[in-house]
Design a protein around this ligand. Structure first.
Ligand SMILES: [Zn+2]
Length: 270
């Protein structure tokens, strides 16, 4: 008898079934299923596996537009697939250009992916999401900065400020997913320092109001405190470390001299 690959509609178990029968019983969960339906399901699965290979390869070789399209096709068949949501989100984020920043789309997609991730995989995915969000926010901030530098006007300045705040909230999300990574907090400080500077262009200057600047200053200090909690040596000047190092060296050196003098005196008297 000829057998065909099939997939149990109840538990997803991989089966081999005789196609000329109408129904069969799943060897994993004991459910009776329609053979025709189970064979169709296996076909979809093979198709999805192939699409994943194409999508992941495109993503790994930085062909984000192509990867984005493959992940979209996977989601059309399997709308709860967290890996496809994640891949689509990342591929959107890396397609950003100075006048079409797609960070928001990436952040939303990653949040959907995490909400659909099975419990035993969620810690791993959060760690990955943290690193990806951090990289995407950095890259998108550079693009936004380039954009404002090329055409400085009131409207673009306001857009830049709004987007910078979104960048900061993305870093905060990245930090939420990996609360031990202090370089994310360093990035927040870098972004705040950048957008709170006064920009000048053709005799016109652009800056935030004093009230907002004070708020940002407070946020900056809080962020530094959070880094200090992770790394007690943060902000200590290396000079202090050097003098301490030298003084320990001196103490050892002086001790050795005293021991030598002591030995010399002892030998003289014996
Ligand atoms: Zn089953």
């Amino acid at each position: 008898m000829e057998f065909k690959p099939a997939k149990c509609p109840n538990c997803g178990g991989n089966l081999q079934v005789p196609p000329d029968l109408k129904t069969a019983k799943c060897m994993y969960c004991g459910t009776n299923f329609l053979i025709e339906q189970a064979i169709k399901l296996a076909g979809v699965k093979i198709n999805l596996d192939n699409l994943f290979i194409l999508a992941d390869t495109a993503r790994d070789t930085s062909n984000y537009k192509e990867a984005y399209n493959y992940y979209t096709r996977i989601l059309e068949v399997d709308s709860d697939n967290y890996k496809a949501w994640y891949g689509k989100a990342i591929s959107a984020g890396w397609q950003s250009t100075p006048d079409n920043l797609r960070l928001q789309e990436a952040v939303k997609g990653i949040e959907i992916a995490i909400s659909k991730t099975p419990n035993d995989k969620i810690e791993f995915l959060k760690k990955e999401a943290s690193a990806d969000l951090n990289n995407l926010a950095n890259a998108n901030f550079k693009l936004a900065f380039k954009n404002i530098f090329n055409n400085m006007n009131e409207e673009n300045y306001r857009k830049f400020i709004r987007f910078s705040k979104y960048i900061v909230s993305t870093f905060e999300l990245s930090f939420k997913y990996d609360p031990n990574d202090k370089k994310i907090l360093d990035n927040i400080i870098h972004v705040i320092k950048t957008y709170t500077t006064i920009f000048t262009s053709q005799g016109k200057s652009f800056s935030l109001s004093n009230r907002i600047l004070k708020e940002e200053e407070r946020y900056l200090l809080q962020t530094k405190e959070r880094i200090k909690q992770l790394d007690p040596n943060y902000l200590k000047k290396p000079k202090h470390l050097n003098t301490r190092y030298i003084s320990i060296g001196n103490i050892i050196f002086i001790s050795v001299i005293f021991i030598l003098i002591g030995l010399f005196v002892w030998f003289q008297n014996h």
